[in-house]
Design a protein around this ligand. Structure first.
Ligand code: NOJ
Ligand code: CA
Length: 657
């Protein structure tokens, strides 16, 4: 009897000390872990309302039980409030302030699972940390659910394991069947949220299927092959009272580990131009068919243009051998320049002009061939003084692997780490989604991973709302190499060009950019990238007054803030680089007037504002090229009125006087 009473007392004591909840430092967000019948769940409340209803947690494996029969073994609470800085970014200074709950469970199969939950003022993150008997596990499913407590509206692309280059859908939450992340939504109660992941290493990507995690499989159907002691990426739910709050969140970076590269002095944000757009327009080609873009002469012209305009980098696509036989076995050679491209001469010329040569590695998805060449190719690039490579994976992946499965997550990471050893920055196209790894590996500058500019050259093009959705979705993961800045919006220079031969069958003459000119300029600010391209043919920039904006732009930002906006409607962003401020505002298909306070400028200082705005008669449909440039003196006490045309924009440079 005495022993029985003691056990009851102990159980009571455990239940009153075992607090399975964790609150954000400001107390508004509270996550709770529950256990019912040996199965684990979590839920989230915001103030007094349910935000995520009790939702299942756990993984399943081929052998061993990873999801059932659990008993709580212990909990730990911790709190962190620390500042850290990054060598580049929208912001160079960050604050990681969160409370943590680590709950450890064990089952009769000897599986120990710690669910680690971190609550921030702008959302939560949690991950699984498993220790199972044996030396490895074959993961067959992840059970994580995200059962939103309310209906509302959402913005996402479909949950596809092969591409992110899909159109965004605006859809009521209760109609979403599958979606990729960042999956952004607004609840009927007016709260904004986004479901994503952080620190995705050696594990497949997660998409949502019926608001449950679905992992990109290996060709044999398995989801992940992991050691028996491992942890998953963080599952993330950003929460904000307004749409800009999602953009201003540091949470995803805070869930990544500190920088792993000791000397980061060679990692340099930069603007660039390149031999690129002509190929997408179909007036040049990637190889010598009489229309080759990357010839020595053209390269010299681009380098001269960059040097004259103070632009740091130049990219040359089609510089190497293999483009003519794209799709054959070992097609691309990353150390063999094309016959009409004098690589040594171009590299030396770029160096003599102080311009960075940005190399291109298009793999066509042939990972086996690329990995065979990787060491040699990177050594060769480094030996030529190259510090930046754009990679590409346009094509089916070796062995029938998914673009976003564990095989490829490993590959992308291998390239980053091998590149870092040789002081090379990476801009990956057809990448894995951005999950904040740039904090740990800041040589991973930017990536594509959504419909970029290229789609305007050979398809119906990106819709006017596209650039008003990207900042609240794709860009929450990290910077995008969207390649903004087409000035010849209607492709007048393509008309009558005898070299026009569309590479994918769709002529650029049936296409256009669905924006105004001022919106193209504003995109340089709105669509942040530490490698920011002005992608148009340089002929379209020569002598164009509006190109002054790009000359004045600095990709090496110190501070940024989304000031106003609604998902899929508009956004206003301010950034600072040194003592110069930039502002970008873009709208969807609706013209709108925005009154913007300049209170982000330091008090008591006067700035000269140069404003690149839609002309009073501008419209995306009928007069996209109409723009005006005005200057005025402003202080932080001023309010600026911006009239944006249909799919229009406004960009401002503020220079201190
Ligand atoms: C797709 C990339 O997104 C694009 O930038 C590149 O030009 C082509 N692949 C060819 O590599
Ligand atoms: Ca692409």
């Amino acid at each position: 009897m005495k022993r029985f009473l003691f056990i009851i007392a102990l159980a009571f004591c455990l239940s009153c000390t075992q607090d399975l909840t964790v609150s954000s430092p400001d107390g508004h967000i509270r996550a709770a872990i529950g256990i019912e019948g040996g199965e684990i769940n979590y839920s989230v409340r915001v103030d007094t309302s349910a935000f995520i209803l009790p939702s299942r947690l756990g993984l399943q494996a081929k052998r061993g039980t990873l999801d059932k029969g659990f008993k709580l073994m212990g909990i730990k609470h911790a709190s962190v409030d620390e500042e850290w800085s990054a060598p580049w970014g929208e912001n160079k200074h960050h604050r990681d302030c969160h409370n943590e709950l680590a709950a450890t469970f064990k089952n009769s199969d000897g599986v120990v699972l710690t669910v680690r939950v971190r609550a921030f003022n702008d959302g939560i993150g949690f991950r699984y940390e498993y220790k199972a008997p044996g030396d490895s596990l074959k993961i067959t499913d992840e059970l994580t659910e995200f059962r939103l407590a309310q209906n509302g509206m959402s913005w996402s692309i479909p949950g596809n394991f092969g591409t992110y280059e899909l159109e965004y859908r605006t859809m009521p939450l209760d109609r979403v069947k599958d979606a990729n992340t960042p999956f952004t939504f607004k609840t009927d109660d007016g709260l904004y949220g986004s479901i994503h992941e952080a620190a995705l290493y050696d594990y497949p990507e997660m998409v949502l299927r019926d608001f449950k995690a679905d992992l990109a499989p290996w060709p044999d159907g398995l989801k992940a092959r992991v050691p028996s002691e491992f942890h998953t990426p963080w599952r993330v739910i950003l929460i904000s009272r307004d749409a800009p709050g999602l953009v201003n969140s540091d949470l995803i970076l805070n869930l990544n580990e500190p920088c792993a590269i000791e000397d980061v002095s060679w990692i340099k944000p930069q603007r660039y131009v390149g031999v690129w757009w002509g190929m997408h327009l179909g007036i040049e080609s990637w190889y010598d068919d009489g229309r080759h873009g990357a010839t020595t002469d053209n390269a010299i012209k681009y380098i001269d243009f960059a040097a004259k305009n103070g632009i740091e980098g130049v990219l040359f696509e089609g510089w190497n051998d293999g483009w003519a036989s794209w799709g054959s076995r070992d097609d691309f050679d990353f150390t063999k320049p094309a016959d009409d491209f004098d690589f040594e001469k171009v590299v030396d010329y770029a160096a003599s002009k102080g311009v960075n040569y940005i190399l291109h590695h298009e793999t066509g998805g042939n990972i086996i061939s690329y990995e065979k060449q990787l060491d040699t190719a990177l050594d060769w690039a480094a030996a030529h003084g190259i510090h930046a490579i754009k990679t590409g994976y346009a094509g089916g992946i070796s062995g029938g692997n998914n673009h976003h499965g564990q095989y490829m997550v490993r590959h992308y990471q291998k390239v980053i780490e091998e590149a870092a050893k040789r002081q090379i920055m990476i801009d990956a196209h057809e990448p894995i989604k951005a999950t904040g790894i740039r904090r740990t590996w800041p040589n991973f500058m930017c990536r594509e991973g959504a419909r970029g500019m290229e789609w305007n050259a050979w398809s119906a093009g990106n819709k006017p709302e596209h650039q008003t959705i990207l900042p609240y979705t794709r860009l929450l993961g990290g910077p995008m190499d969207y390649t903004p800045g087409v000035f010849d919006i209607l492709y007048d220079r393509v008309k009558g060009n005898p070299n026009l031969k569309p590479w994918n069958g769709r002529s650029a003459l049936e296409c256009r950019c669905n924006t105004t000119l001022a919106k193209q300029i504003a995109d340089w600010v709105v669509l942040y990238s530490p490698m920011q391209m002005a992608c148009d043919l340089i002929e379209n920039y020569e002598g164009h007054p509006a190109f002054q904006f790009f000359r004045d732009y600095n990709a090496d930002c110190d501070w940024s803030r989304a000031l106003a906006g609604e998902v899929g409607e508009y956004i206003v962003v301010a950034r600072r680089a040194g003592d110069v401020y930039y502002l970008g505002a873009v709208t969807d298909e609706n013209a709108r007037t925005l009154e913007q306070k300049l209170d982000f400028l330091p008090e008591g200082k006067t700035y000269e504002a140069t404003i690149y705005a839609d002309g009073s008669d501008a419209s995306m449909e009928t007069n996209p090229l109409s723009y005006e440039i005005t200057t005025r003196k402003v202080t932080s006490a001023d309010v600026i009125t911006m009239r944006l045309a249909t799919s229009g924009g406004c960009a401002i440079v503020f220079k201190p006087l």
